[in-house]
Design a binder for this molecule. Structure first.
Ligand code: ZN
Length: 532
């Protein structure tokens, strides 16, 4: 098999040493990384990189592939700046697709409503005849119209689901808002029944294509369920995927520990069956709390409006599930945004470690948007991974987030460097589709705490910005560690897979915003280029 010698570029390895002049790839694997003189001794075809910048392919440590692909086909409401603007965008989308049985939209911001509460009438006014489903930017709530409530069979007599809430007006009628499991389960499960396998396959391929175009070579699907798994397995026919996928199986709380544990058994089964370098089930996912924007996160002290919800998983329901997954060798990833949620999650990990004895676990806490200094140290002591998304700290989406907390807690938002200072591994991802998936703008926010969307905004707590080499390593090497793929990908080193990206400019040279302007020329996964 002919080797290929990539030379005359600047190569950042995310390993030791951090820089190289040349890299030799044979088949799917990196054979050599180092000086050009050393590479010249290997019989290989030479590819001149023409001064381009090479780095390991990004590993998105937290994403939702099928949802990301589906979101690409939905009405994007992120740019909407007022209720009227949002209505205009919906009306235009409805008019453009008169035969669509329903209208799906995404990424609207509470900030865009100017203090007005979202209600079904606001949507009814522009789309009265067809169901409209609008996922909030964080996906933890949805805003729907009257026709959608009817389609879902939700009326004033429908009880709130476990761990969720149906918004209601003063007279007790559903007002069009669905919170937490009302959106994530009731609505999502219904819409899943209206989506064909062909639609899902198309969505998955669209997500893969976006990732390949943007330099991502592996992704951790952070809430896999049966229908999305089936789509991944169909895509795997032929043995490869365009992007490597490690997955965490979503455990939906049933209120009954035996049924919760049955889902852990399913995850263990899948993890034993899917073990390859293209598709693996590596663990489970648990939603310990909600989000700051809708005041559903579990906080130690109430939100500014006085609300103070508990966790979605009470500690006594969580502990046996975490312990069982840990005993089965699964990684446990817990969504923990509020400072109380990380407390609950870490206690469950401590309990499992005590019960099952020491070993390499790599359990993870997801998001950690607000966290106490004590819990940062505790997480590091337990060997857990901090999985965070710089793009969630974009100043453009902070206004409502800050207002909901309303006090000095906002000074501790997204404190990335505290985790590494405490000795924890920090893995970066995007949580697409709750935020844009491209890794370079994500790295821009990581290194500047500035907005990738609006250059005029002040940086968000700039003392938490990271040096570029560290940020890149969190998005490559550490994200691979976080899904137990550090022996396969995430660095450029002999023996690892030839997963790398080639950029037209070197972000280490010149101003920070090179990260916003740099273009990905090619992405290689297992030695194969895209575009080819
Ligand atoms: Zn997520």
């Amino acid at each position: 098999m002919t080797a290929i010698h990539y030379r005359a570029g600047r190569i950042f390895t995310a390993g030791e040493p951090a820089w190289a002049e040349s890299m030799v790839v044979r088949g799917e694997t990196i054979e050599y990384v180092g000086s050009t003189a050393g590479a010249d001794r290997i019989d290989a075809e030479v590819v001149d990189l023409g001064g381009a910048f090479v780095l390991p392919g990004f590993v998105d440590a937290h994403t939702h592939l099928v949802s990301m692909g589906e979101a690409l086909g939905q009405v994007d409401l992120f740019p909407a700046t007022s209720p009227e603007d949002l209505q205009r965008r919906l009306a235009r989308a409805a008019a453009a697709d008169p035969d669509a049985p329903r209208i799906l939209g995404r990424s609207w911001l509470f900030d865009a409503l100017g203090g007005r509460a979202p209600d079904r009438q606001l949507i009814d006014a522009v789309v009265p005849d067809r169901p409209v489903y609008l996922s909030a930017n964080d996906v933890h709530s949805a805003w729907v119209n009257t026709a959608a409530l009817r389609e879902l069979g939700i009326d004033r007599d429908t009880p709130d689901p476990l761990d969720g809430r149906i918004g209601r007006d003063e007279s007790g009628e559903p007002d069009g808002m669905l919170y937490e499991s009302a959106a994530l389960q009731m609505m999502r499960h219904y819409l899943d029944t209206q989506t064909s396998d062909t639609d899902r396959d198309r969505a998955l391929q669209a997500a893969f294509a976006q990732y390949r175009a943007d330099g991502v070579t592996a992704a951790v699907d952070m809430a896999l369920g049966e229908v999305d798994l089936a789509a991944l397995e169909r895509a795997l026919e032929g043995g490869r995927l365009p992007v490597r996928v490690a997955a965490h199986w979503l455990i939906e709380r049933t209120g009954n520990t035996r049924d919760d544990l049955r889902q852990v058994e399913r995850a263990a089964e899948l993890s034993a069956r899917l073990t390859g370098p293209w598709l693996r089930v590596t663990g489970i996912k648990l939603m310990v709390d909600g989000v700051i924007d809708t005041c559903t996160a579990a906080m130690k002290k109430p939100f500014a409006d006085g609300s103070h919800p508990g966790p979605l998983w009470p500690p006594e329901a969580l502990a046996p599930v975490v312990a069982a997954a840990d005993a089965a060798g699964l990684q446990v990833a817990m969504h923990a945004i509020g400072d109380e949620a990380s407390d609950i999650a870490l206690s469950a990990l401590e309990h499992a470690i005590e019960a099952n004895g020491p070993r390499d676990r790599r359990h993870r806490l997801e998001h950690l948007e607000t966290v106490t200094e004590e819990n940062v140290r505790r997480l590091a002591r337990l060997g857990a991974v901090a999985s965070m998304q710089p793009v969630h700290a974009d100043p453009a989406i902070q206004e409502n987030w800050r207002a909901m907390l309303g006090d000095d807690r906002v000074q501790r938002g997204f404190p990335w460097p505290e985790f590494t200072a405490a000795g924890a591994v920090l893995a970066f991802g995007s949580d697409a589709p709750t935020a844009p998936h491209p890794p370079l703008p994500n790295m821009y926010i990581a290194t500047t705490r500035r907005s990738a969307l609006d250059a005029s905004l002040e940086p968000n707590l700039p003392e938490f910005a990271l040096p570029l080499a560290e940020a890149l390593a969190h998005g490559t090497r550490d994200a691979a560690y976080a899904c137990r793929w550090d022996g396969l990908t995430g660095r450029l080193a002999p023996g690892l897979a030839a997963d790398f990206a080639v950029l037209d400019s070197d972000p280490f040279e010149g101003p920070d915003d090179v990260l916003l302007r740099a273009r990905v020329q090619r992405t290689y996964v297992g030695g194969e280029p895209y575009p080819d």
